[in-house]
Write a protein that binds this ligand. Structure first.
Ligand SMILES: N[C@@H](CCC(=O)N[C@@H](CS)C(=O)NCC(=O)O)C(=O)O
Length: 310
């Protein structure tokens, strides 16, 4: 298998989700640290516009969004599985809830920019400005509402867990990794705000179990070498790629071969332009050319992304 290169940053919860999956599946990976805010010239060289973190690179193939990255890792290393039968549908649904509703309650509760005052250090102000631009018209809950919602969500997770080891049974699924990372942000990155976990002993023990699922087999790497790897490689033929499935599914009246953009439906308005080379039931692939990276395929999940003709 060609090397897995994860482009991520330390404090990013979505990156932590994938780092935990890689450790659980005992997969070795190369670690490229990306800036947490714009400008990100090396990121855009590979993704063509998408700036969110993390993304996974395998040669000249770039996989955006952690939901898609989990599917890719599962195909490459099926065991231990993230999608155990008979719960795989529910696991994906729960993961989607955790990556969206639950994540935003965890972020907005303790750290709503509305609570930030003018006394912030310059770097924090620049970060807040960067994120404000990413929100666009998306509205974050006000902090008290987010905190109230977070407590409800945490209680529901607690009830779902009960006395099981993981959310859907004795082994972890993609739902556990998705529910873990917003709480990791709360407990590990912002421990002073972790009282939300105060009454939830089973959830705290579950977090410890999640934390202990394997150790990282990561090798420090850098963006320049990652781009050189993309330049030296050819994108995998669609039928040979880890996402499998070549059946063209047209839901937009856009044919393969047309010039398109793919954009996140919220948070991060930057579009990736390219030529549509695959559109299956659950993902899109764009072919694009970049000055340093050469021809790359950039893959996105359908859910959560907007496809448009250019
Ligand atoms: N749905 C995306 C969300 C990714 C996301 O929002 N990541 C945050 C970091 S944890 C981000 O992109 N922040 C802005 C940035 O890194 O530039 C996923 O699952 O990958």
């Amino acid at each position: 298998m060609t090397d897995l290169i994860l482009h991520h940053f330390e404090t990013s919860p979505f990156s932590e989700k994938i780092r935990r999956v890689l450790a659980y599946k005992r997969m070795a990976w190369k670690s490229v640290l990306v800036p947490p805010m714009l400008p990100k010239p090396d990121v855009l060289e590979l993704t063509g516009g998408y700036r969110r973190t993390p993304f996974l690179q395998i040669g000249a193939d770039v996989y955006c969004d952690t939901a898609l990255i989990c599917e890719v890792l599962e195909r490459l290393q099926p065991l231990p599985s993230l999608y155990l039968e008979p719960m795989q549908g529910l696991a994906r649904i729960l993961a989607h809830w955790a990556d969206t509703t639950f994540f935003w309650a965890a972020v907005a509760g303790p750290r709503n920019p509305a609570r930030m005052n003018g006394g912030l250090p310059t770097a924090a102000l620049a970060f807040a400005e960067d994120r404000k631009a990413m929100f666009g018209s998306m509205k974050l809950l006000a902090s008290p509402d987010a905190q109230a919602a977070l407590r409800c969500h945490v209680q529901r997770l607690c009830d779902t867990l009960g006395d099981q080891r993981f959310l859907l049974g004795p082994a972890p699924s993609v739902a556990d990794f998705a529910a873990y990372h917003p709480l990791w942000l709360t407990r590990v990155r912002h421990p002073v705000e972790a009282d939300v976990l105060g009454q939830t002993e089973n959830l705290r023990e579950w977090m410890d179990r999640m934390q202990d699922l394997g150790t990282q087999i990561a090798q420090p790497f850098d963006a320049e070498r990652a781009i050189a790897i993309a330049a030296a490689a050819q994108p995998l033929p669609i039928e040979d790629g880890p996402l499998g499935g070549t059946k063209f599914v047209d839901r937009h009246g856009i044919a393969l071969g047309e010039s398109v953009t793919v954009t996140a439906e919220s948070f991060g308005p930057e579009a990736t332009p390219g030529v549509l080379v695959a559109a299956t039931d659950d993902h899109y692939t764009l072919r694009r050319s970049a000055a340093r990276a050469g021809t790359v395929h950039v893959h996105f999940p359908r859910a959560g992304y907007v496809l448009a003709r250019t």
